[in-house]
Design a binder for this molecule. Structure first.
Ligand code: UD1
Length: 415
């Protein structure tokens, strides 16, 4: 396990480009499995989660070639239907391949993804929808054995707008017989990006980005070229880091609309934010608390931005109440922030942050991907040198993390 050494107190200033979106690339790589041609995916982020997805594609028999930020997938002869247990355990989002394997084959075998650091994370919504589409699913010693004799379009009303379930249904539905209507669908930008990719392949999809998505099945899908959208969560994390260090930076390759929930709260916190077509600048001299941060499905405040924003609010003047509505256990970073001098009280899904003047250095542990990023934000602002362990969590989602922070003038190194 690697560690990061961060010497805090240096304002982050300068210009950086934001990577492609992890949460877009993962379902898009899964979609590429269904193509009869070659798919090229541009703006591919080099992070460990996307490499796990490549390993899954290869395990299923696809040919994958990477050249700079472009991944080319040829899955014409990929007739594998089983995701190896080790890959499933490495990345929970491996579940995203279930819909496309079933669209390509009559069966799929995957291990149950199990719980993770954010809580239990059941997949009942995914499975109920696939069953409705005609998939027979049996649990066998921790594995899910799925089979069907033809996927059927149907009406599916989600009990919660699950991002992964919406994507899995879309993947299964594009080659199903008839029309599939998803009600209470997730509206995240990554869903729209997946739909754009699938439509380029020849799928018929309407309403992606709204809560009603309608998909008419087609018999085959061709190859295509697609550039994935910028990573809104990474963008938001860097904005928090710049604000926490009272810096001044321009983030390029961004879709400002996608991070509106974050930029509007940063403005409320006293940051000077300027929005351009595909960039956002931020300057921060004084920071005041915002009263309430409630995580919500898009377009609400993203749960993935909760930890970086909490790190920021822990050094703002005043109190902030955080309510985590998406995941049952997403405050693990709180204990680590306390080690750095933050004043936070947590009860269930609610945390009250009382801003302090300064955080101090400590030895802390990244507990999960975004929690780890939150600790890095805190460490960049803190007095002294902080050691963050288990930084593999951070590398799951942040490309060239040390390089980008160093480019902005932060003092960071891997040890
Ligand atoms: C996706 C994102 C993740 C983000 C999350 C919420 C990817 C690869 N990951 O995760 O970064 O934090 O959306 O915006 O895109 N749930 C169930 N049953 C299900 C499915 C979900 O109870 O079958 C629950 C989950 O436990 C969780 C909530 O619904 O509490 C949201 O989960 P979901 O939207 O499915 O998140 P993911 O797709 O896993």
């Amino acid at each position: 396990m690697s560690q990061l050494l961060i010497e805090g107190g240096y304002p982050l200033c300068g210009v950086i480009d934001v990577q492609g979106a992890k949460n877009s690339v993962l379902p898009i790589l899964s979609a590429a499995l269904m193509s009869d041609g070659e798919c090229s995916v541009l703006n591919f982020p080099e992070i460990t989660d996307t490499y796990v997805a490549i390993d899954i594609l290869r395990a299923l028999g696809a040919k994958v070639v990477k050249q700079q930020d472009c991944i080319t997938i040829n899955a014409k002869n990929a007739d594998g239907y089983e995701i190896p247990y080790g890959l499933m355990r490495k990345m929970r989002s491996s579940i995203m391949f279930l819909g496309s394997i079933l669209a390509k084959n009559k069966k799929a075998v995957i291990s149950l993804p199990g719980g993770c650091e954010l809580g239990q994370r059941p997949i009942d919504i995914h499975l109920a929808a696939l069953r409705k589409m005609g998939v027979n699913i049996e649990e066998n010693h921790g594995f899910l054995e799925c089979s069907h004799s033809g996927l059927k379009g149907c009406e599916i009303s989600l009990s919660f707008p699950s991002v992964g379930a919406t994507e899995n249904i879309m993947l299964a539905a594009v080659k199903a017989d008839g029309v599939t209507d998803i009600y209470n669908a997730a509206r995240e930008p990554e869903i729209e990006d997946l739909a754009r990719f699938l439509v380029k392949m020849g799928a018929r999809i309407k309403g992606a980005g709204t809560d009603h998505i309608s998909i008419e099945g087609v018999s085959s899908l061709s190859g295509c070229t697609h550039r994935v959208i910028p990573d809104r969560i990474v963008a938001g994390t860097y904005l928090c880091a710049v604000a926490a260090t009272r810096g001044n930076a321009l983030l390029k390759n961004i879709c400002p609309l996608h991070i509106y929930a974050v930029t509007s709260l940063l403005k409320e916190a006293g940051c000077d934010i300027k929005i351009y077509d595909d960039a956002v600048s931020i300057e921060c001299d004084k920071l005041k608390s915002v009263p309430l941060v409630r995580t919500m499905p898009y377009p609400g405040f993203p749960t993935d931005e909760q930890a970086p924003f909490m790190a920021l609010m822990s050094i703002a003047s005043g109190n902030t109440l955080f309510i985590e509505t998406i995941f049952e256990n997403r405050f693990k970073h709180v204990g680590e922030l306390l080690r750095m001098g933050a004043k936070i009280t947590t009860e269930g899904r609610v945390s009250l942050v009382e801003g302090v003047k300064k955080l101090h250095s400590a030895t802390v542990q990244a507990t999960d991907l975004r929690g780890g990023a939150g600790l890095a934000v805190a460490a960049l602002a803190a007095e002294g040198s902080t050691v963050i362990s288990s930084v593999e969590h951070i590398y799951r989602g942040y490309e060239n993390f040390e390089y980008n922070i160093s480019e902005l003038g932060g003092k960071i190194k891997k040890i």
